[in-house]
Structure formats: structure tokens, C-alpha cells
Design a protein around this ligand. Sequence first.
Ligand SMILES: C[S@@+](CC[C@H](N)C(=O)[O-])C[C@H]1O[C@@H](n2cnc3c(N)ncnc32)[C@H](O)[C@@H]1O
Length: 200
Amino acid sequence: MNEPVGRTYDIPYDDRWSTRVERMYALLPHDNTPIIDFGAGECHLRHFVKDRPYHPVDQQPLAPDVLTIDIDDWARGTVDLVDAKVAFCSGVLEYLNDLEAFIHRVSTSFDLFVFSFNVFCGDHMIETEVREKRLWKNHHTTGQLTVLCEQFDLRVEVVKKSKPHSTDFEYIFLAVSRKARNQWLEAMQSQPRDQKNENF
Ligand SMILES: C[S@@+](CC[C@H](N)C(=O)[O-])C[C@H]1O[C@@H](n2cnc3c(N)ncnc32)[C@H](O)[C@@H]1O
């Protein structure tokens, strides 16, 4: 298999993991504003951002340019990051100690926040056990997450499955600050069709 364009580090590329990241990135205007990738892991987002300033952050860095930061510390305000308008968070929020503190700090630091989350769908034991086994600490429903964002003036504009047609519970959310909403809508309307996610 050819190396996908844009990858600069020698980490095996896995299409299954990048699908979620690709669908999430399609919800954003593809401009040159800097983007922070919280819990970047293998930095799949790097493959899509092209020349845009990209700032990966993780507590266990897998590439030399990943900033070693515990997101919970950043949420508490004990560390700072470079200025950026867009926050990206794929497959991470389930593990944070204080999701509310994180979303609060995101709301004061960014205009656009795209994240994935395995939402809690019921209160039966099986689901709870599975979530505990995966060491997930947060168990919000789609509605609770939406309310949490809106409590901090981030309006949830998009909620969609990370894998269309699948039966799993992972969803992608896009939350937009009040002041950035019109700009985001205009940018998405004018984005070339091949860069637009279907029914964004
Ligand atoms: C399931 S992986 C997702 C990786 C990547 N975002 C993706 O979608 O392919 C979760 C990542 O979040 C990071 N992570 C979890 N909790 C964290 C924390 N408190 N601070 C920083 N990174 C964290 C882990 O080290 C891991 O790289």
C-alpha cells in the first residue's frame, strides 16, 4: 500500500481508525486556522489537515512533535496551549476525569469544537459493565452532552454517527460558539462539494 500523502512519521496507517477522524474533519471549514488535536494518539488528523498549523497533544506522545500534556490539567487551567480557534477530540472524552471542566475551558478558548463520544443509551447492567471494562469515566447521553455544551454557550450544530449504518453508539458532535456560528455556516456552504460531509 502506498503511504498516504501528508504522513511524516513512521507509524503504520490504519484506515479503520482514520474514518472517524475524516468524518469529523469534514464538519470543519478547510481553511488555514490552527487546530489542536486533543488526545491525538497516532495523529491520524495530520493526514487531512495538509498545510494547516496542526498541534497534537497527548499524555503519551507517539510522534516527536506531540505536546506532552494531561488534558485534565489543561482543563483545570494549570497548563496553557498555543492559540487556536478549532479544538478536535476523537475517541478521548470518555477517559477524562472532569468532562465539565474540559468543555468549560474549550468554550472559553475555541470557536469550533468537534468531538466524538460513545453516548450512554440506557441504564441496563450490560452497557454499564462494558463501559467500565473499557475504563470509560463519562456516561452522558446525547441530550446531556448537548445541554453541557450549551450551558457554556457552545451550540451543538451537528450530531451524527461516526460510522453511518452501524449499530454502535459512537456519535460525532460539532459545537460552535455563538460568535462563530454565521461564519461557520457561510464557510460550509461555500466549501467545495467533495470536501463536504454529506448532510453536514
Ligand atoms: C482511543 S485513543 C484516540 C486517538 C486519536 N484521537 C484517534 O482518534 O485515533 C485515546 C487517546 O487519548 C489519550 N488520552 C486519554 N486521556 C488523556 C488525558 N487525560 N490527557 C491527554 N491524553 C489523553 C490517550 O493517550 C490516547 O492516545
